[in-house]
Design a binder for this molecule. Structure first.
Ligand code: SAH
Ligand code: SF4
Length: 341
């Protein structure tokens, strides 16, 4: 049986050709799946009954299974989804006044073992398929009844170690016949897989790039993010400059502020030296605690103090309010299991 959801627009085009159906059927079927979100072929009412029966004989439509849903005080929500092979992933819904964002996972777990991150603690199980990534947006849209406006690839996993499926997911999320979300409203966050930053710069869609920096000197970054041993800061910055030049777009650097670890005067100095002159924004994120984590979170005043020290050399700084931390839905807290918090 073919899972119709596992077919890209091109894949569906091939299927429709093989069935010798009219070309416009591709758009019809694709939008039944990705806009109306149906999982029952029989609901495709603009296909005549014999056509639906023909499709049903050889195809089905998968859907992520909702296994848990948690609501935070600040209206963020966390969804635990079970995949067809029974692995679990998490997605987060972050409503703001006009913006409704979904944070999607790209892998079951993560192999990179950053010292700050709960996902890293669970190790790596497998890459997600593109349709399992895009389906998170679709299911959250259906479950919340809110039209999703923004998507961030900042959930479980390293998107650039699952690059091709992530690109196909972006295309599906962006497609006029898919979720129809503008490419500029889609942001991919990477720990810094350098060759993929170059590839992403050459990718035609205008999706945005965020880099998880977290430390501006090699020694500390090696320690916090072991991937820095393989992809050192200097090369990372070179790749980011290529992206900025090629796309004519600002890049975002995420900096998780950890009390007493990367918030010292020497860290301010190193950050300024590293990023000065690069067209970028800096997003300061407070370290979010998770079960058995060892680091301390800074207070909001300490965050502000750190931001003030970067000014005026690095003027574009925002402090990200962490949403949904009491339900373990904030950055770095996803672990794909039912939590008892
Ligand atoms: N693997 C990708 C995307 C997912 S992580 C990446 O690393 O960029 C998304 C963000 O959460 C990263 O910027 C990461 O630095 C941050 N993060 C990880 N653990 C965190 C924690 N405990 N508190 C706050 N942010 C955290
Ligand atoms: Fe993986 Fe990103 Fe977590 Fe590092 S911060 S372990 S790359 S998910």
């Amino acid at each position: 049986m073919t899972n119709l959801k596992s077919l890209t627009f091109q894949g569906l085009t091939d299927l429709v050709k093989r069935l010798k159906w009219e070309d416009y059927r591709v758009k019809q079927i694709f939008s039944w799946i990705w806009q109306k979100g149906i999982s029952d072929i029989n609901l495709m009412t603009n296909l005549a009954k014999p056509k639906r029966e023909q499709l049903q004989k050889e195809c089905y439509i998968s859907a992520l299974k909702l296994s848990d849903r948690k609501y935070a005080q600040d209206r963020a929500e966390k969804f635990l989804f079970t995949l067809e092979d029974n692995h679990n992933i998490e997605s987060v819904f972050i409503p703001e006044s006009t913006r409704k964002t979904v944070c999607v996972s790209t892998q079951v777990g993560c192999a990179l073992d950053c010292k700050i991150c709960y996902t890293g603690k669970m190790g790596f199980t497998r890459n997600l398929k593109f349709y399992e990534i895009a389906d998170q947006v679709l299911q959250v849209q259906l479950l919340t009844g809110e039209r999703i406006s923004n998507v961030v690839f900042m959930g479980m996993g390293e998107p650039f170690l699952n690059y091709h499926e992530c690109l196909k997911a972006i295309e599906t999320i962006n497609s006029d016949f898919g979720l129809n979300i503008g490419a500029r409203k889609i942001t991919v966050s990477t720990s810094g897989i350098i060759e993929r930053i170059y590839d992403f710069a050459d990718f035609p869609l205008q999706a945005k790039l965020a880099i998880s920096l977290n430390a501006a000197n090699a020694e500390l970054r090696n320690e916090l993010m072991p991937i820095n041993n393989k992809y050192p800061l200097k090369e990372l910055i070179k790749a980011v400059k290529y992206y900025v030049d090629k796309k004519k777009k600002r890049v975002t650097f995420e900096y998780v502020l950890i009390k007493g670890i990367n918030d010292q005067p020497k860290d301010v100095k190193a950050l300024v030296k590293l990023l000065m002159g690069i067209s970028c924004k800096i997003n300061l994120i407070p370290f979010n605690a998770y079960p058995k984590s060892k680091f301390l979170s800074p207070s909001i005043e300490e965050m502000q103090e750190f931001a003030d020290k970067l000014y005026p050399e690095l003027p574009a700084i925002t402090i990200r309010k962490s949403r949904g931390s009491e339900i373990l839905a904030a950055c770095g807290q996803l672990a794909g299991k039912v939590s008892n918090m």
